[in-house]
Design a protein around this ligand. Structure first.
Ligand code: FMN
Length: 160
């Protein structure tokens, strides 16, 4: 058992915990669409329906999400690895060529997803180099498709 935390070893060890992958979206005060790939999403409470995710302080979309009253969590389906990679690249133009729906308060809804949760921001908590965002689910849809799974730095291979 290790007591001192080596950054790379720690990242590798945390990769044992398999997660789904989602793209969290919102729009800024000028109406520009913003989104990033996350794996830190989880359910917190059923009643009330609360979820959480965390955003790195150095994310370009950090300030926008800190100000956002609403956001949407688009859970990616097994065949959406390309979307995960697109939204994991820092910067603008991530939505180019995507025909999105419009969620509560303009939060973009991706054309495809396994499930989507539309949320109102309830709390922010400090979390080291991340901020933890807790939202209340106001609306959701489950399309019943198998989700994309991420572990040990890789996506679980899609069945042929
Ligand atoms: C599978 C996967 C999971 C990720 N999870 C998170 C996360 O939970 N929180 C986070 O801030 N960044 C996460 N990232 C990194 C962001 O997607 C990445 O830093 C992105 O470029 C941020 O975009 P922005 O700088 O335009 O805001 C993840 C990346 C991948 C590929």
């Amino acid at each position: 058992m290790k007591s001192k935390v080596d950054r790379d070893e720690y990242r590798r060890a945390m990769g044992c915990f398999a997660t789904g992958v989602a793209v969290v979206t919102t729009c800024d005060k000028n109406g520009a669409r913003v989104g990033l790939t996350i794996s830190s999403f989880n359910s917190v409470s059923l009643d009330p329906p609360l979820v959480l995710w965390s955003i790195a302080h150095d994310s370009l979309s950090y300030a926008t999400f800190m100000e956002a009253e609403f956001f949407a969590v688009n859970v990616l389906a097994m065949n959406q690895q390309d979307i995960s990679e697109r939204f994991a690249k820092s910067g603008r133009n991530k939505f180019d060529g995507l025909v999105c729906g419009v969620g509560i308060n303009g939060a973009p809804i991706l054309p495809e997803y396994s499930a989507v949760y539309e949320c109102r921001t309830e709390y922010h908590y400090d979390g080291g180099d991340h901020k933890i965002i807790v939202g209340r689910v106001l609306k959701f849809e489950d399309r019943g498709t198998d989700p994309l799974i991420f572990y040990r730095g890789h996506f679980l291979a899609q069945e042929a």
